[in-house]
Design a protein around this ligand. Structure first.
Ligand SMILES: Cc1ncc(COP(=O)(O)O)c(C=O)c1O
Length: 381
């Protein structure tokens, strides 16, 4: 018997690169990882302490589908503390990562066949989840001429649309929407009756630009967030969404059936995460330094056309003067023991001209990687 047509999604190339890197490492070579997009730090100490206590004291059964009250309330309070926005607790849904939040939002908001715009380049898994759900993915091209953000003209070109997904800071570009740019997207969606999904998973990791949440601008937007990035809790598999009132009950019913609840131990521990900002901000200081080393090092290697790296821990760099992205990443792994992610993961059409470099790994790895890249490009010329 055959697998379903819906399961025929593209592989996530970054995972294939990681697999190839692991094989290379087995031969004793030290591989420098610029492909992975996860913090190398553990969860903050307060979270780990809370987890130990919960493990000792709690039965760790299922929780309500939308999460434990204490965490939903703490998340709502975070919006007030961080952005000065009042969010009613009952609009917060705790989920299995941003990934779980996205699946729930997509099923709750869209019917089969709906046309959903997603920026190209954009996060590959969202593209693949949408097509696995039998939704039609419509690319909204962003590039240097639009500062890598979707403008009204680019959105008009994608019409008709039922939904639109934007991420700020974006993966793979790191580019953030300014307040005006996000407000323009919101206005455009409201005018065209398009449901906006705003992925804010990289909020907290930015380098000077203002972080604006769509919660503040439109209560019909679906906002998606996670403990995986700023909160440094990737493997705890926890995230949340702030939902329009009309989607709370649909998401609750779907969550009851699809996941029952998000991991209980993670939920109990995550309440403490919001009071660990001092430790978490120290991680961001380190990202800032790695970003500087990477940007300067890439420029020294002649890779100097990059998307505005406002936030997250990625630099999306144009490399077509050096070759095709997939072949180049393969070569860098073989010749330099460096892994990076070819842009085709994020943009099936134009991505062969771009590579995403992640600087979430150690400062030592980033420093050594740019040294090897610069020597490699020097030897070629
Ligand atoms: C833009 C974006 N959204 C969502 C996710 C999924 O994150 P998680 O399910 O770990 O919360 C990622 C992971 O890298 C991402 O980069």
């Amino acid at each position: 018997m055959k697998p379903s047509r819906r399961s025929e999604v593209a592989p996530f190339f970054v995972m294939e690169m990681m697999k190839a890197a692991d094989e290379r490492a087995l031969t004793g070579v030290e591989v420098l990882h610029l492909e992975v997009g996860q913090p190398t730090t553990a969860a903050p100490e307060g979270v780990r302490r809370a987890a130990v206590a919960a493990l000792a004291d709690d039965r760790l059964g299922y929780t309500p589908a939308l999460g434990i009250d204490e965490l939903r309330e703490r998340i709502a309070r975070w919006y007030d503390e961080r952005y000065g926005v009042i969010v009613p607790t009952d609009r917060v849904a705790v989920t299995v990562g941003a990934s779980g939040a996205f699946v729930l939002a997509a099923i709750a908001a869209f019917d089969v066949g709906a046309r959903i715009g997603i920026t190209a380049p954009g996060y590959a898994a969202y593209r693949n989840i949408l097509s696995a759900l039998d939704l039609e993915v419509v690319s909204v091209e962003v590039d240097a001429t639009t500062r890598f953000v979707p403008t009204s003209a680019r959105l008009d070109a994608a019409l008709p649309l039922d939904g639109l997904v934007v991420a700020s800071p974006s993966n793979p570009t790191g580019t953030m929407l300014t307040r005006d740019e996000l407000a323009t997207v919101v206005r455009w969606c409201a005018e065209h009756d398009v449901r906006l999904v705003s992925d804010e998973i990289y909020h907290g990791i930015s380098y000077g630009a203002e972080e604006v949440t769509a919660v503040e601008l439109w209560d019909e937007a679906i906002v998606i967030q996670s403990f995986s990035k700023y909160f440094s809790m990737t493997g705890w598999r926890l995230g949340w969404s702030v939902l329009p009132e009309g989607l709370v009950r649909p998401v609750e019913r779907l969550a009851q059936n699809l996941f029952i609840s998000a991991p209980t131990l993670s939920q109990l521990a995550a309440v403490a995460a919001f009071d660990c900002t001092e430790e978490l901000d120290e991680n961001v200081v380190r990202y800032r330094e790695r970003r500087r080393i990477l940007l300067e090092g890439l420029a020294a290697a002649g890779i100097d056309e990059v998307a505005p790296a406002d936030g997250a821990f990625y630099v999306y760099a144009r490399i077509d003067h050096l070759g095709d992205a997939t072949a180049l990443c393969r070569r860098w792994l073989d010749e330099l023991a460096i892994t990076a992610t070819p842009g085709v993961d994020f943009d099936p059409d134009g991505g062969h001209r771009w590579v995403r470099f992640s600087y979430s790994e150690s400062t030592g790895q980033i420093t050594e990687a740019v040294r090897r890249l610069a020597a490699w490009t020097r030897d070629r010329s």
